[in-house]
Ligand binder design. Structure first.
Ligand SMILES: Nc1ncnc2c1ncn2[C@@H]1O[C@H](COP(=O)(O)OP(=O)(O)OP(=O)(O)O)[C@@H](O)[C@H]1O
Ligand SMILES: [Mg+2]
Length: 274
């Protein structure tokens, strides 16, 4: 690893084949340079389609960059790495497994041989996300928000060193969202790990993060990296009262409003800022 960096993007571009064979490949992200300090909490915001999920997919090893280099935990990314947890934008639960079995599954891959231990650890996390009573149900029996919480439990259960989270609280009701945000921060403070977190909610980004990456689209490029110096430990519900919070919110909004891809709808939902 270079110094205390955990994730490094160096001139990263990602292009996807065009739908028609005769058309040019479509560049999703272009020339991204980004360096994420070990054990920091960094959010990415930007208009829909600017390549936020694509960047997480590249770090997770699910797709490779067309140009540039990506390093994670000191090594070039070369496929899926069990030290990296990923709460994807879709929950991707296995429909034929119970909630408990879905959450316990990564432990099997991580080499935890004892089934009782796997299930005990999975139950601990199901309780933490409020799904203790749903362990024996199947994913189709859960609401969208409950499926998100199940996916979060599945990512936490094996203690990854890097956690990629793609709009993890997007489908969760407002009350539960604040509880889960606080849970996540408390957990991160107790068990340091690098978190790369995608959200459309500027307030969420500020409240949780050490830095917020603002992307423009399309193709997605990094417009700015804004540091957040709000003191820690943070109270997610209380931090919105802080003057720095309001200033940062204004600054992020200004960057995003420069971008024609940042829709009116996103501006409205992008925070609960009164
Ligand atoms: N597998 C793929 N094949 C072709 N094009 C893709 C693929 N994945 C993403 N893209 C394209 O890359 C661009 C970036 O997509 P991406 O999903 O990363 O955006 P995003 O910022 O996460 O958007 P959102 O906020 O809506 O989730 C989009 O134009 C999308 O159509
Ligand atoms: Mg996305």
């Amino acid at each position: 690893m270079t110094g205390d960096r955990s994730i490094e993007f160096e001139g990263v571009s990602v292009a996807f084949p065009a739908a028609r064979a005769s058309a040019k490949p479509r560049t999703a992200v272009q020339g991204v340079d980004l360096s994420i300090a070990k054990n920091s909490f960094v959010s990415i915001v930007g208009p829909s389609g600017c390549g936020k999920s694509t960047l997480l997919n590249v770090v997770s090893g699910l797709i490779g960059p067309s140009r540039g280099n990506v390093r994670c935990l000191g090594q070039p990314v070369a496929g899926v790495d069990l030290r990296v947890g990923y709460v994807t934008q879709e929950s991707n639960l296995l429909p034929w497994l119970t909630v408990l079995a879905n959450v316990a599954l990564p432990l099997k891959f991580a080499g935890v041989a004892n089934k009782d231990e796997r299930e005990e650890r999975a139950r601990f996390w199901l309780d933490r996300v409020g799904l203790g009573a749903w362990a024996d149900h199947y994913p189709r029996q859960l609401s969208g928000g409950m499926q998100r919480r199940c996916a979060i439990a599945r990512s936490f259960v094996y203690g990854p060193e890097v956690l990629l989270m793609d709009e993890p609280f997007g489908a969760v009701d407002a009350m539960t969202r604040v509880i889960l945000q606080q849970e996540l921060l408390d957990l991160w403070e107790r068990e340091p790990k690098t978190v790369l977190f995608v959200t459309h909610d500027l307030g969420e980004a500020i409240a949780l993060s050490d830095a917020v990456v603002v992307m423009t689209g399309a193709p997605g490029t990094v417009r700015a990296v804004v540091d957040v110096h709000l003191k820690r430990p943070r109270d997610v519900a209380g931090v919105v009262e802080d003057a720095e919070f309001a200033d940062l919110h204004k600054l992020l909004r200004a960057y995003l409003e420069e971008d024609p891809g940042w829709s009116k709808k996103e501006q409205c939902t992008s925070l609960e800022q009164k």
